[in-house]
Design a protein around this ligand. Structure first.
Ligand code: UDP
Length: 252
């Protein structure tokens, strides 16, 4: 992940003008699809993501049922037109991995034992991708599940931190910076990316992945920064839900 472009200047200003602890702009809207039980549209920097929740409904095929609880089936998909080079449609290793870690994260938050033998399907469609889509997907899924009225311990939220700029433009090694919410070039040419998902109320970590290298100290810094990011985004999620249901209450 060595960089030959300057990702951050001496004053700590990043390529897109952000400070090291600054998120890209995030907009969230709840309840955008009428056929889904719950849904969410989310823009996060250059990412555009829709999440749609169906269920709880009988899990089919039957052998996938759990007699004691519901199964949460997240399906993450990147549209063919979501990236500069057209992406081959259909599932691949990366999308299966993201679907799996997202399902596992959501199962820790959804109160699944209320719905034995059921499935809760969470579809995440990435319409435009610009780094950080698994965090955008999990964050949108949290809002869509809440919009569907699925009982949860909390509204899950995700955010990444990482490390950039440990090489100057001549390729010489130097310290580097731990930063919040990597953009596309930072993801491509940075040193490390640490996406996490949390339950913001309890602080429980429900997803943690890492790409690249961090020292233990940098890891702790990145984790703290990502948790701070999650807490900011959690407020935007709650506001999106309040906006939707306040309007509904006013209309009815
Ligand atoms: N990407 C791409 N083509 C692909 C997969 C990913 O262009 O087939 C881009 C996309 O912008 C994505 C970024 O690479 O957001 C980083 O991908 P990564 O696997 O790190 O996951 P993400 O950061 O999106 O969770």
């Amino acid at each position: 992940m060595e960089s030959d472009i300057k990702l951050i200047d001496e004053a700590g200003k990043r390529l897109d003008g952000r400070k090291i602890d600054e998120l890209r702009e995030i907009k969230i809207e709840a309840g955008v699809l009428h056929r889904a039980e719950g849904s969410c549209y989310l823009e996060w920097g250059g990412n555009k993501v829709v999440a749609a929740v169906y269920g709880p409904r009988e899990a089919i095929p039957k052998h996938t049922q759990d007699p004691l609880k519901a199964v949460v089936r997240a399906r993450y998909n990147m549209a063919a037109f979501s990236v500069d080079d057209r992406k081959r449609p259909g599932p691949d290793r990366r999308s299966r991995e993201i679907s799996k870690v997202t399902s596992e994260a959501l199962e820790k938050i959804v109160i699944t034992d209320k719905f034995p033998r059921a499935a809760i399907d969470v579809n995440i469609e990435v319409l435009e991708a610009e780094a950080g889509t698994r965090c955008a997907g999990l964050t949108a899924a949290g809002v869509a599940l809440a919009d569907a009225g699925i009982p949860m311990k909390d509204i899950p939220v995700a955010c990444a931190a990482g490390k950039i700029g440990s090489h100057d433009e001549n390729g010489n090694k130097k310290g580097g910076y731990v930063v919040l919410d990597l953009g596309k070039k930072e993801d491509n040419f940075g040193d490390a990316d640490l996406p996490i998902g949390i339950s913001p109320r309890t602080g429980e970590i429900i997803l943690l992945q890492m790409d690249g290298h961090l020292t233990l100290e940098e890891f702790d810094q990145a984790l703290d920064l990502a948790i701070k990011g999650c807490k900011i985004i959690s407020e935007i999620q709650k506001k999106a839900l309040l906006d939707k249901y306040q309007i509904d209450l006013e209309v009815n």
